[in-house]
Design a protein around this ligand. Structure first.
Ligand SMILES: CCCCCCCC(=O)CC(=O)SCCNC(=O)CCNC(=O)[C@H](O)C(C)(C)COP(=O)(O)OP(=O)(O)OC[C@H]1O[C@@H](n2cnc3c(N)ncnc32)[C@H](O)[C@@H]1OP(=O)(O)O
Ligand SMILES: NC(=O)C1=CN([C@@H]2O[C@H](COP(=O)(O)OP(=O)(O)OC[C@H]3O[C@@H](n4cnc5c(N)ncnc54)[C@H](O)[C@@H]3O)[C@@H](O)[C@H]2O)C=CC1
Length: 310
C-alpha cells in the first residue's frame, strides 16, 4: 500500500510538473497591462502571442514596449549599448501579434486576459477561447475587480481557470496576486504560481473575493481621496503631496488614478456600486464621471486630474 501511494504521488507530481511548464503564453488586450505582461513574459524566456482588436493598436503597444525596454536596457547595459540592442531585439522577437484570439489560443499553454473591465465582454471572449484552446490550456484573467468565478462561468474549464492580477507598470511592480476559485484545481493553481515566479514576480495567494488583497484596500483609499476633493476639503495636488510626504507612497491617489486610467477606475467603482449599492463608499463620483465623459482618462489621453505631456 505504502509502495502504491509512493508511485501514485510520484505520478501526480510528474503530471504537475508537466502542467507547470508554461512555455507558450497568449496575452489578450495589449493596453497598459497586456503590453507589460507580454513584455515581462517574453523577457523571461516565454513565447508570447499578443492579441488586440486592430493591427494599429498592436503597433502602438509594440512601440510602447520598445520604449519601456529601452529604459531597462539603458541601465542594464549602461556600458554596452550594442548588448542593449541585442537584449531588446531578442525579447521583441519572442512576441508575435494577432487580431484573432482563437488562432494563438489553439496552440498555447496559458491565456492571460487583460481586456476592458467589463464582465460581458470578458465572458464572450473566454467562451470563444474555450472552444479553440486545447484541453491542457489554463485560462487566467487580470481583472482588477470582477469575480474570477463569474468570468470562468462562461467556459467549461472551471478547474483550469484562475486569476493572475498584475500591477502597473508591470515591468517595475514585483507583485502578482494569484487567485483561486473554489473550482480551480491544485495543478492549475500551482502552475499559475510557478508561472508568476518564472516571470520574476513575488506571488501572493488570495481567494476570489472582491478586489483580492491590494484593490480591496486601494480602491476605498482612492475613493476617500476623491470625496475629500468633491467636498472641497483639499485639492488633488495637496492630497498627493500629503500622501507622498506624509505616508511614503510613491504616487498620491490622483497621480495613481491618472496612471491607472480613469476609465478603468470608473469601471471598477460602477461595478462595485451595482453589486453593493448600500455601501456609501461606492456611490458614483460626479467628479470622476465628469472627467471620463469628457474623454479625460488620465495619462493615456494626456489629461485626467492633471495635464500630462503626451
Ligand atoms: C487608484 C485606482 C484604483 C485601483 C485601480 C486598480 C488597478 C489595479 O488593478 C492594480 C494596480 O496596478 S494599482 C497601481 C499599482 N502601481 C503603483 O502603485 C505605482 C506607484 N508608483 C511607483 O511605484 C513609481 O512611481 C514608478 C515605479 C511607477 C515610477 O518610479 P518613479 O516614481 O521613481 O518615476 P521614474 O523616475 O519615472 O521611474 C524610475 C525608474 O523606473 C523605471 N521605470 C518606470 N516605469 C517604467 C516602465 N514602464 N518600464 C520600464 N522601466 C520603468 C525606469 O528605470 C525609471 O528610470 P529612468 O528610465 O531612468 O527614468
Ligand atoms: N490599469 C491598471 O493599472 C490595471 C488594470 N488591470 C486590469 O487589466 C485589464 C486591462 O486594463 P488596462 O490594460 O489598463 O486597459 P487598457 O484600456 O489600457 O487596454 C485594454 C486593451 O484591451 C483591448 N480590448 C478590448 N476589448 C478587446 C477584445 N474583445 N479583444 C481583444 N482586445 C480587446 C483594447 O483595445 C485595449 O487595447 C482590466 O481588466 C483592468 O481592470 C489590472 C491591474 C492594473
Amino acid at each position: 500500500m505504502a509502495q502504491f501511494l509512493q508511485v501514485f504521488s510520484r505520478s501526480i507530481s510528474a503530471s504537475s510538473s508537466a502542467m507547470a511548464q508554461i512555455k507558450h503564453v497568449t496575452v489578450i488586450g495589449s493596453g497598459l497591462m497586456g503590453s507589460g505582461i507580454a513584455q515581462v513574459a517574453a523577457a523571461t524566456g516565454h513565447n508570447v502571442a499578443l492579441v488586440d482588436q486592430t493591427d494599429d493598436i498592436l503597433g502602438k503597444s509594440m512601440a510602447n514596449m520598445n520604449k519601456s525596454l529601452q529604459r531597462v536596457a539603458k541601465k542594464k547595459f549602461a556600458d554596452d549599448p550594442k548588448g542593449g540592442e541585442t537584449f531588446i531585439s531578442e525579447i521583441i522577437s519572442r512576441i508575435k501579434t494577432e487580431t484573432d484570439p482563437t488562432v494563438p489560443a489553439a496552440n498555447t499553454d496559458l491565456v492571460i486576459e487583460a481586456i476592458v473591465e467589463n464582465l460581458d465582454v470578458k465572458q464572450k471572449l473566454f467562451k470563444s477561447l474555450d472552444e479553440a484552446a486545447p484541453q491542457h490550456t489554463i485560462f487566467a484573467s487580470n481583472t482588477s475587480s470582477l469575480p474570477i468565478g463569474d468570468i470562468a462561468a462562461s467556459t467549461k474549464r472551471l478547474d483550469r481557470f484562475g486569476g493572475l492580477h498584475y500591477f502597473n507598470p508591470v515591468p517595475m511592480m514585483k507583485l502578482v496576486e494569484v487567485i483561486r476559485t473554489p473550482d480551480t484545481n491544485d495543478e492549475t493553481f500551482k502552475s499559475l504560481v510557478d508561472f508568476g515566479k518564472a516571470m520574476g514576480k513575488v506571488t501572493v495567494e488570495c481567494k476570489d473575493t472582491p478586489g483580492f488583497i491590494v484593490n480591496r484596500l486601494l480602491v476605498p483609499y482612492m475613493l476617500e481621496a476623491v470625496r475629500l476633493v468633491e467636498r472641497g476639503d483639499a485639492s488633488p495636488r495637496d492630497i498627493d503631496t500629503a500622501m507622498k510626504l506624509g505616508a511614503g507612497y510613491p504616487m498620491g491617489p490622483f497621480e495613481l488614478a491618472d496612471y491607472v486610467g480613469l476609465d478603468t477606475t470608473k469601471f471598477i467603482i460602477d461595478g462595485w456600486y451595482e453589486k453593493f449599492p448600500e455601501n456609501p463608499l461606492f456611490q458614483p463620483s460626479p467628479l470622476l464621471n465628469k472627467l471620463v465623459s469628457e474623454g479625460n482618462l488620465g495619462m493615456k489621453t494626456g489629461k485626467g486630474f492633471y495635464s500630462h505631456k503626451k
